[in-house]
Design a protein around this ligand. Structure first.
Ligand code: CUK
Ligand code: CUA
Ligand code: CA
Length: 638
């Protein structure tokens, strides 16, 4: 397992370069692995390393009461939420519902959350499913600034923003004319205005090609994908780029000038065999300043009922480097992740169906746009073999990259400069530094502060898609295995396994002092806040009834309230408790109502009082010795 040379072991399984086998093997190797004896591998790897890691990063086990030093923001996968972890402990601290209703906080139940999620004309939620993959946070001066995080919903092409002061989702935007919105990355500064040294745009990759507009035609040669730019503040879609091929993941440069997406379907095939028919695909670069100039100059069209300007980024329209909006850099067959190195110089595409990583030098991409060299592929400074099924790459800030090898169930640590030297012809450059078995089939990987200028090379987390034998069996659905690795030394050291509910995909890890969470709301955050319990009462306007109530442990301001059968009731509840951690809940039996109000928070629900009777509305969140007594009666008169 301890193969340290850059090549060598790959030859025997080079079948990956041949088309049909490769696609199939991804599905089957995962299952076959255990029978091959790979499950016995942990004994050979330093898996038995004690929780106290030897290299200086502290162990994963914290003493009771000890706080973590890092936050992790994890995508929740098809539970449609974002998860907040403390690291290195791996303890889950919060789930932030975004795209999918959540019974704890009443997400999708309260009027406020429904307004964020989006409703149909009948008032019901438009969507109740989601599939989050990628989460990234806002930047300032090349590091996270603690304002926002964003997360994608692949199913319904929505982007959600999370406020990192309250750790809540405050806006969701659906991208027009996009299906399979996958990669997401905020820009890190403005390409033109040096004063804007922080995130103002978020780029979104459209993975599935569709007819534009989507008229339901079958001829897939007419399908196209769009790359979208969303305004970080307004969350409106600023512009889109019509492209050839598809988008997968997204990366942005530190100077704000470039964004890129890896493309696995340059063939624009509709069947997977077609999607892997070409030997090479692409990493597609976007020249942000030029795109915005083109939009300003009116060089765009719109698609269907969408008003969003769409510029032409297809190959045909962008042959002339000096005016090109896009550049298609060729990379081997069906690449997966694209990641920006913290030294600000490179984007790295992982090979997936090719056992390689491709290192693209950003300065040379900009040179091509400036007409300084003919062939944009000259920007490729390394294309080196790493192992089977490379997917995603993280960085330690010391010149090393860490790439997951899905098929090999390994993380490979490799030195970027040495890989470049090797590619240039120095065959003595041993760019592979270390390999570590992980359990099993890793997808995303990220290191503490990895894609910031403050990459600190302490912790590496790996999202293993299969956990197999690593946890107690709980029936057919296995937990996934998020593994934590100490990367502070030359050798990687496995620190801990963490079961996680499927399926996280991507995550970021950053120092705890980069966010300043607020623990109590400002009463004014809600225009309907009931600031004085004396404002409580039942206010009737025909069949519409507003019930205003406050909570102050252990009582609701109204001990009972009366409405009539058939009334449309809007109940507004403000929690007047100011004490940190003093949250109340509000449940109405048989009315499908349950939500919480945090200190000084206001929330409301609207429902039709269609069942007469007495309903004990009670506090669902333990708040006081008299929590069980904290109730109010809703009397619905027949
Ligand atoms: S994708 Cu899941 S492992 Cu959606 Cu980022 Cu690579
Ligand atoms: Cu209020 Cu429990
Ligand atoms: Ca392909």
């Amino acid at each position: 397992v301890n193969v340290t040379e850059g090549t060598g072991r790959l030859g025997r399984r080079k079948f990956l370069n041949t088309a049909a086998l490769a696609g199939l093997s991804i599905g089957t190797v995962a299952c076959a692995e255990k029978d091959e004896g790979k499950a016995a591998a942990p004994a050979a790897a330093p898996a038995a390393a004690p929780a106290a890691a030897p290299h200086g990063a502290s162990g994963a086990h914290l003493k009771p009461g000890e706080l973590d030093t890092y936050y992790g923001l994890w995508s929740g996968g098809h539970t449609g939420d974002m998860r907040v972890l403390g690291l290195p402990s791996g303890r889950e601290l919060l789930r932030i519902p975004c795209f999918v209703p959540d019974a704890l906080v009443g997400w999708g139940i309260t009027n406020e959350s429904k307004a964020v999620m989006g409703t149909k004309p009948d008032g019901h939620l438009r969507y109740t499913v989601g599939d989050t993959h990628h989460t990234h946070a806002s930047y300032k001066d090349g590091n996270y600034d603690g304002r926002y995080a964003w997360i994608n919903d692949k199913i319904n092409s929505r982007i959600a923003r999370i406020r990192l002061d309250y750790f809540v989702c405050d806006k969701i935007t659906q991208l027009p004319n996009v299906q399979g919105f996958h990669g997401i990355f905020p820009d890190k500064r403005d390409p033109v205005d040096p004063a804007i040294n922080y995130t103002t745009r978020v780029f979104c990759g459209g993975e599935f090609s569709i007819p534009l507009p989507n008229t339901g035609i079958e001829d897939e040669t007419k399908y196209r994908s769009l790359f979208s730019c969303v305004d970080a503040e307004t969350m409106e879609v600023r512009w889109q780029v019509l492209i050839d091929g598809n988008c997968d993941l997204v990366a942005t440069s530190f100077d704000g000038k470039l964004a890129a997406t890896n493309q696995y379907n340059t063939e624009m095939g509709a069947k997977y065999e077609d999607m892997m028919s070409a030997e090479r695909d692409a990493c597609l670069f976007f020249n942000i300043a030029r795109i915005e100039e083109a939009v300003k100059a009116g060089k765009f069209k719109t698609i269907g009922s969408s008003k969003v300007p769409v510029v032409d980024g297809t190959r045909e329209a962008n042959k002339d480097a000096k005016t090109a909006l896009t550049a298609y850099v060729s990379v081997p067959k069906n690449p997966h992740g694209v990641n920006a190195s913290p030294d600000q110089k490179y984007f790295i595409c992982a090979g997936k169906l090719s056992p390689t990583a491709t290192v693209i030098e950003l300065a040379k991409v900009l040179d091509w746009f400036d007409g300084k060299h003919e062939n944009v592929d000259d920007a490729i400074v390394a294309e080196v073999e790493l192992g089977l099924g490379p997917l995603h790459t993280a960085f330690d800030g010391r010149g090393n990259a860490y790439t997951t090898l899905f098929l090999d169930s390994q993380v490979v640590k490799w030195n970027v400069d040495k890989a470049i030297a090797f590619h240039k012809g120095d065959k003595t450059a041993n760019y592979v530094v270390d390999r570590l078995d992980v359990h099993y089939q890793p997808g995303h990987i990220n290191a503490s502060q990895s894609e910031t200028i403050a990459a600190d090379g302490k912790y590496l987390a790996v999202g293993c898609k299969f956990s197999k034998d690593r946890f107690l069996p709980v029936g057919p659905l296995h937990a996934e295995n998020e593994q934590l690795i100490d990367i502070s030394g030359e050798k990687m050291v496995l620190m801990a396994d963490h079961p996680v509910r499927g399926e996280p995909h991507d995550f970021i890890i950053f120092k705890r002092d980069l966010v300043k969470p607020k623990q109590v709301y400002d009463l004014d955050h809600h225009p309907l806040a009931i600031k004085d319990s004396k404002e409580s009462g039942v206010f009737r306007n025909g069949k519409k009834v507003t019930v205003k109530m406050t909570s102050l442990a252990p009582a609701f301001s109204l001990r009972e309230f009366k409405v009539k059968k058939g009334d449309e009731v809007t109940l507004i509840l403000t929690n007047l408790d100011k004490i940190e951690d003093l949250t109340h809940g509000f449940a109405i039996p048989n009315y499908n109502v349950n939500f919480i109000v945090n200190p000084q928070e206001t929330a409301s629900v609207t429902f039709v009082a269609d069942q007469p009777g007495v309903f004990w509305c009670y506090c669902t969140h333990f708040c006081h010795a008299l929590h069980l007594e904290m109730r109010t009666r809703m009397i619905v008169e027949a």
